[in-house]
Design a protein around this ligand. Structure first.
Ligand SMILES: NC(=O)c1ccc[n+]([C@@H]2O[C@H](COP(=O)([O-])OP(=O)(O)OC[C@H]3O[C@@H](n4cnc5c(N)ncnc54)[C@H](O)[C@@H]3O)[C@@H](O)[C@H]2O)c1
Length: 280
């Protein structure tokens, strides 16, 4: 797992929203192993919850419940929300209004840092050609590919507002593809391995460097990446995994140098899906 387990972080209490989801399930054991105490919030705790885990079952739009969940918390990892395309009203309510509730509650509770789960889909229309042979920096302008991607770009922007207004550290993680193995050929560029997900979250939550608003790409050290790792390195994120070990099986019969959206645009096939139609 992570190699950061020796640090004494017993003073830290991290509120993880959306902790029952895919990323939360990857992170729960890894954040614990890193010595962080956790409070876990989701609509429903998972069936495999541990007896000694501190779970809060609540909706992030419930201001009172979220405020109560912030008690004694030192940093927030906000994962909760819709993680693929959905109806406009749902996206607005859960991803935008819900994120505002979390940021405001963090400020009200005097919490110094919020880490937001953003997404490559906030900038999904940028292309490998735009990268121009070098890596796309996270500072590129938003170019969302869906209502979902737009909500992630808006969430980053909301985080920046809360940083500028209230001075809290906000780190937005533009996650690629968090999965056990790279999901298809695109994953050779976009994969964020489970262990690197842990390394990234620990760095974002505990680094002494954030002191501001940052956007960091969430990918492993993939040889075929075209998104920058420099901003992650700046907060101490050192990925160890590389999707290349899966290249032979994933590239069987695949043309890599193509302008097909799935391999050419940051957001892959999201750039072509119908707007506002829920993805199952
Ligand atoms: N998995 C990836 O590869 C990936 C890529 C880019 C970005 N992200 C982002 O990371 C975050 C986590 O992604 P994931 O793959 O774990 O998603 P997921 O859909 O598996 O989990 C999201 C969790 O949020 C919870 N949730 C939804 N609405 C809620 C509400 N109103 N109140 C409380 N909890 C609510 C759900 O119950 C679920 O457990 C999301 O914000 C997603 O946009 C993930």
């Amino acid at each position: 797992m992570t190699e950061t387990s020796t640090a004494d972080r017993s003073d830290e209490l991290i509120l993880v929203t959306g902790a029952s989801g895919r990323v939360g399930t990857v992170l729960r054991p890894r954040l614990r192993e890193a010595g962080l105490r956790l409070r876990l919030l989701d609509l429903k705790a998972p069936d495999d919850r541990l007896d000694d885990e501190d779970w809060v079952e609540a909706d992030i739009r419930d201001r009172g419940a979220v405020a109560a969940a912030m008690t004694d918390v030192t940093a927030v990892l906000h994962l909760a929300g819709l993680s693929v395309e959905n109806h406009w009203d749902e996206i607005l309510s859960i991803n935008i209004a819900g994120t505002q509730v979390v940021l405001q509650a963090a400020v009200d509770a005097g919490i110094r840092r919020v880490v937001l789960a953003s997404s490559n889909h906030a900038v999904g229309f940028w292309t490998r050609a735009d990268a121009g042979g070098i890596e796309l920096a996270p500072g590129i302008a938003p170019r969302p590919d869906t209502f979902y991607g737009w909500s992630k770009a808006a969430g980053e922007s909301l985080g920046r507002l809360y940083h500028d207004r209230f001075g809290i550290d906000v780190v937005a993680l533009r996650i690629g593809s968090c999965a056990p193995t790279p999901p298809g050929p695109r994953g050779l560029s976009t994969w964020l391995s489970p262990d690197d997900t842990g390394r990234l979250a620990v760095a974002a939550l505990t680094s002494h460097r954030p002191d501001g608003f940052r956007i960091v790409w969430g990918i492993s050290a993939n040889q075929r990446r075209w998104w920058s790792l420099a901003e992650g390195a700046d907060i101490g994120y050192v990925p160890r995994d590389d999707a290349e070990e899966f290249a032979d099986e994933l590239l069987d019969g695949v043309t890599w140098d193509t302008d097909e959206p799935n391999l050419f645009r940051v957001g892959g096939h999201f750039t072509e899906m119908p707007l506002g139609e829920p993805v199952e």
